[in-house]
Design a protein around this ligand. Structure first.
Ligand code: GRF
Length: 291
């Protein structure tokens, strides 16, 4: 699979939302018109009443209601608009319909979703009730590439929050939503900067990647992506076998740091040779402190 990111120009983003659109709002804020990395240029909803449409229009972003008359009709219109507006990536944000295999295949790698649990646990609906009923101590949210299953595609980024004693589903939902409003824009920055790719983008290394537990895969995918961005693809196999190579070490530390900004990791990064350190910190800054 030829990997398109980074594009080398400002990305054009579309968001599909069915409801209140608080994640859309976070994306509109993070990717406003003229943002050098990417801008939201199009919002589509299957629900004409969606507050999401209103949020987009308030910010001067083109928004269309495509009332649901079946999947074929919706997807035909949506694909036409995505093509006409030159969209590079599609972000599902509270979009409550399942897309067809042909839509998903056409956009695979450029189609993301956010789900309010630590996937692969708790796919589907009523997540917070189920998390509480199971007595979990921790929950979170996952941004993933969309594949043909429901909430099953390769994980791109996850964030965690505690479940507190006395939490109601509503309290948990509000906590997870606050997390999501940071997580989704960050995941999109990773995608656009070329730091997040599904296993298929790594050619012969797709297999060893798939052999890892699902939540570890995105970490290695980030490390391999960083090596590619540094022109060090030749080191890919070493990511699994020789983690003491300084570039591999830098890539793995960066990959961890991007998910968990612990000062210990930054400190360790600063002990690496200057070239590696500068390269890793350069990417880290572009994700964490965008212009
Ligand atoms: C979010 O929790 C998201 O994870 C899920 O649907 C919810 C949408 O909320 N897919 P909002 O419409 O963005 O406020």
């Amino acid at each position: 699979m030829a990997w398109p990111f980074p594009l080398g120009r400002r990305a054009r983003l579309a968001v599909l939302a069915s409801g209140r659109g608080t994640n859309l709002e976070a994306l509109l804020q993070a990717f406003p018109p003229g943002n050098p990395l990417g801008e939201v240029v199009l919002v589509l909803s299957d629900n004409p009443e969606a507050l999401a449409l209103e949020r987009a229009r308030r910010r001067g972003v083109e928004a269309f209601a495509l009332p649901w008359r079946g999947r074929k009709a919706f997807e035909g219109e949506a694909l036409g608009l995505l093509r006409a507006r030159g969209v590079d990536a599609v972000l599902l944000a509270g979009f409550m319909r399942l897309l067809s295999p042909s839509f998903v295949e056409a956009w695979y790698g450029r189609l993301l979703n956010i789900h309010p649990s630590l996937l692969p646990d708790y796919p589907g609906l009523n997540v917070h009730q189920r998390v509480l009923a199971a007595g979990e101590k921790e929950t979170g949210s996952t941004v993933h590439f969309v594949d043909q299953g429901m909430d099953t595609g390769p994980i791109l980024l996850q964030g965690r929050v505690p479940v507190l004693p006395g939490d109601t589903p509503e309290a948990l939902e509000a906590r997870v939503l606050r997390l999501e409003h940071r997580l989704y824009p960050k995941a999109v920055r990773l995608l656009l900067l070329g730091l997040a790719r599904p296993p298929e983008a790594f050619g012969p290394l797709a297999e060893p990647l798939r052999a890892l537990p699902p939540r570890e895969r995105p970490l290695y995918a980030r490390a391999l992506s960083a090596l590619a961005l540094w022109g060090k693809e030749a080191l890919w196999p070493k990511a699994f076998s020789e983690p003491q190579d300084p570039w591999v070490r830098g890539a793995l530390l960066l990959a961890h740091l991007l998910a968990c900004p612990h000062p210990a990791l930054r400190e360790e990064l600063s002990t690496l040779p200057e070239g590696v350190r500068e390269a890793a910190l350069g990417l880290w800054t572009r994700v964490e402190s965008p212009l």
